[in-house]
Design a protein. Structure first.
Length: 372
């Protein structure tokens, strides 16, 4: 099974204008959105070709803004830079905004050929605690990043081009939000919306019926072990399950997704274990009231940063002192937060017991059928 880097190398000599846009291209553009292109886009700089990123590589300025490490991403950028398919494309409208209080993490970029193709890619969550807190906030409010995504799409989508929109993880949620609220005139210019393993809308916060309008143009791709893409899962008709070379939760990393002779390497069903995780998370979130969610999220992330950490990497490196600071902060938290955290293992146990009961019941049913 090939990966994205193999796809870039295999299709490298064929521009999109020759082959047409392929689903795997959407994965490449969304992967490229995770790179920090600020060294390229200084004040007054409007656009660059992808191959100009060779300067970043030569000057050791390649930085990947992604959770879980950048393994495989520098190779992907190098392959894109040296290919005709991606290297000759122009990048424009790079936006990267980060703020601690109130939390905001937003980034987007556009890719264009010299004819009429354009792709708008929203970056997913980086490794900052701010970015992760904002992800949790979609459970009780519309976020500033979502509103920024809509304004960005309204600004960059212009007539005369065939537009594609996409994002992975949080970027998928931003793409969905922007698409659902785009005016008809702008949405009519969009050929396809790609949602790559990202959460949908909390029904108490957003009218989920808005998704019906964008559904005919939407492709949703999720891995076999899918967790993030099942949170408030958007109901998309064209939903595809993709194979991955990683295990369990690490399948969320798009760099591990499979390609088969230039097409997405698909699977017929989800990993059964991931479905158990999905049910656990659904029941846990459902039983936290709308009023309790802001309190829980503020206190949880306040505790995680109590030892001075501002990223997941710093959190892991915090050692014993960092852990003690987190535990002390949680000990001083409200009863709401304490109860919410303590309830999660109970839900996990309940779901597993229910699953075991169902397996026994199904087994007895099949046994009885064989006896008759």
């Amino acid at each position: 099974m090939d990966k994205l880097v193999d796809y870039i190398q295999w299709m490298g000599d064929f521009p999109i204008s020759m082959t047409g846009f392929l689903d795997a291209d959407a994965l490449v553009f969304c992967a490229l959105s995770y790179f920090d292109f600020s060294p390229m886009f200084g004040r007054g700089t409007r656009d660059h070709k992808v191959r100009d990123c060779q300067k970043m590589i030569d000057h050791d300025q390649v930085k990947v803004m992604i959770t879980g490490g950048d393994e495989g991403y520098p190779e992907l950028l190098a392959a894109a830079v040296s290919s005709k398919r991606f290297g000759d494309l122009r990048m424009s409208d790079y936006r990267d905004v980060f703020r601690t209080d109130p939390p905001l993490q937003f980034s987007a970029i556009c890719f264009h050929d010299d004819e009429e193709f354009s792709f708008l890619a929203y970056r997913g969550t980086d490794s900052s605690l701010v970015g992760w807190k904002e992800d949790f906030m979609i459970s009780f409010t519309r976020t500033e990043a979502q509103e920024m995504a809509l304004k960005y799409a309204r600004r960059v989508i212009r007539p005369g081009r065939r537009w594609y929109i996409g994002g992975q993880s949080k970027g998928s949620n931003l793409a969905l939000y922007a698409a659902c609220l785009l005016e008809d005139k702008k949405w009519d210019q969009v050929e396809r919306l790609y949602l790559l393993d990202g959460p949908g809308f909390c029904p108490e916060v957003m009218d989920v019926s808005l998704i019906e309008r964008v559904d005919p143009k939407t492709v949703q791709v999720v891995p076999r072990f899918c967790v993030v893409g099942k949170l408030f899962a958007p109901k998309i008709t064209d939903t595809r399950i993709i194979q991955s070379s990683a295990f369990t939760f690490m399948q969320h990393a798009m760099i591990t997704w499979g390609i088969d002779h230039g097409k997405l390497a698909l699977s017929e069903e989800h990993d059964p274990e991931s479905l158990i995780v999905n049910r656990t998370m659904d029941e846990w979130i459902r039983d936290i009231s709308q009023e309790e969610r802001p309190v829980f999220i503020d206190e949880l992330f306040g505790a995680l940063s109590a030892g001075g950490a501002d990223t997941l990497e710093a959190l892991k490196a915090g050692g014993r002192e960092g852990l003690e600071a987190i535990l002390k902060s949680l000990n001083d938290a409200s009863e709401t937060t304490k109860r919410t955290l303590s309830d999660l293992p109970k839900y996990a146990m309940k779901v597993r017991i229910d699953d075991l009961r169902k397996k026994i019941s199904d087994g007895l049913y099949e046994w009885k059928k064989k006896q008759t």
